[in-house]
Design a protein around this ligand. Structure first.
Ligand code: PLP
Ligand code: COI
Length: 361
């Protein structure tokens, strides 16, 4: 970072009182409560990223012709700050920085340099340190970039805003670590080869909402997407990757091929699973195989993994015309052990042998 890139502190005129903050953080749910501040930077072709500020969280004034409102040039990240016994930490933030740069490239947007990304996130966490929950909760961080240029022609915008906001959160699923039920969509797909599936862009989520709503109508927590070309291969859930635990010590998960998000939780869990002696198979796994393996008992467990969801067992699978259960329909032992191993590192109760934990203060 040079001085020109550094983040200016603009004092907050009326920060939340300690008492009001404690009440808000009692039972925050997911993504409903926000901390006091935000970090912003502006980009234009002449100056690049500039005008970094940390200031009171407030609405943006954006032009009605801002390109993001018309052509959805927007990308985001999701990560968490954890309170450990020694201080506040982030988990592999450089991976979020790298993925955001890859998303930016795919969406023809200017990448945020890794050091600026980490400085922005750390600055917000330090400024809003009181908003990092104790216990099981965490401070969910949402860095994002959007096209702010007022222009209706279709081309990459020439002005952008990078922003980081923060939200104290509890468990993503309302049942906590109870196994979730998923809905396999046969009408909708999430991403096609050559599309934006590997980018964390808002448009992917907009396209997933109707399928997620269908899942909710069928009393399911998450939608499962199959591939767009053959409608046969399991890809991922609306907001998580998916893994399958077999009775012979194999862990099968769909490969990263451009249509699914390269999850940081997925990569971390695969390494922890390999170290725990599981054999990892990153390979296409079909819905037919999933059903047959669950019915024969060859499939012992399945789980969803992601920053928001952490590691959540999948107990039941529903689809048009039927359903099946997995194992004992609960949160299986391998799923539980992998979750404990991951959460232990994040919370500082297990050794961080891979250097994944990044101390903020
Ligand atoms: N897949 C999708 C579609 C997601 O939205 C997420 C969450 O960010 C993931 C996978 C998991 O990614 P990560 O583990 O990096 O949070
Ligand atoms: C995350 O896990 O960070 C996501 O972006 C997924 C979403 C379900 C909140």
């Amino acid at each position: 970072m040079t001085d020109a890139d550094s983040i200016r502190h603009v004092p907050h005129a009326s920060p939340t009182s300690a008492e009001a903050r404690r009440a808000l953080m009692q039972n925050p749910g997911f993504g409903k409560v926000f901390s006091d501040h935000m970090v912003t930077f502006t980009w234009n072709a002449e100056k690049g990223w500039h005008d970094g500020e940390v200031k009171a969280r407030a609405p943006f004034a954006i032009d009605p012709a801002a390109a993001v409102l018309h052509y959805a040039q927007e990308i985001f990240e999701g990560m968490k700050a954890y309170r450990t016994k020694d201080g506040i930490v982030l988990f592999r933030p450089e991976e979020n920085a790298r993925r955001m740069a890859q998303s930016a490239e795919r969406m023809a947007m200017p990448p945020v340099p890794e050091d600026m990304f980490i400085d922005a996130v750390e600055t917000l966490v330090r400024t809003d340190a009181d908003w990092v929950p104790e216990g099981d909760g965490s401070l969910y961080l949402r860095p994002f970039i959007f096209a702010s240029e007022a222009f209706l022609g279709v081309r990459p915008a020439l002005q952008y805003i990078f922003c980081v906001i923060a939200s104290p959160v509890g468990a993503y699923f309302k049942g906590g670590y109870k196994a979730v039920t998923v809905w396999v969509s046969d009408d909708y797909t999430r991403a096609a080869p050559g599309g934006t599936g590997a980018a964390k862009c808002g448009g992917n989520y907009a396209a997933s909402l109707i399928a997620q709503a269908e899942a909710n109508r069928n009393d399911c927590d998450q939608v499962v997407f199959l591939d767009a070309a053959e409608h046969r291969w399991v890809e991922e859930l609306g907001g998580m990757n998916v893994c399958f635990v077999m009775d012979d010590g194999r862990l099968v998960t769909p490969p990263l091929g451009g249509t699914i998000l390269p999850g940081i939780t997925r990569a971390s869990v695969l390494l922890l699973a390999r170290e725990a002696g599981l054999r990892i198979e990153e390979r296409p796994y079909s819905f037919e195989e999933w059903k047959a393996d669950a019915e024969s008992g060859k499939l012992r467990e399945a789980f969803a993994c992601g920053t928001a969801a952490v590691v959540a067992g999948i107990g039941e699978v529903r689809f048009n015309g039927g359903s099946f259960t997995i194992g004992n329909s609960g949160d299986g032992p391998v799923t539980g052990r992998l979750r404990d191993a991951l959460v232990g590192i994040q919370r500082g109760t297990a050794e961080d042998r891979h250097g994944w934990v990044h101390r903020v203060e």
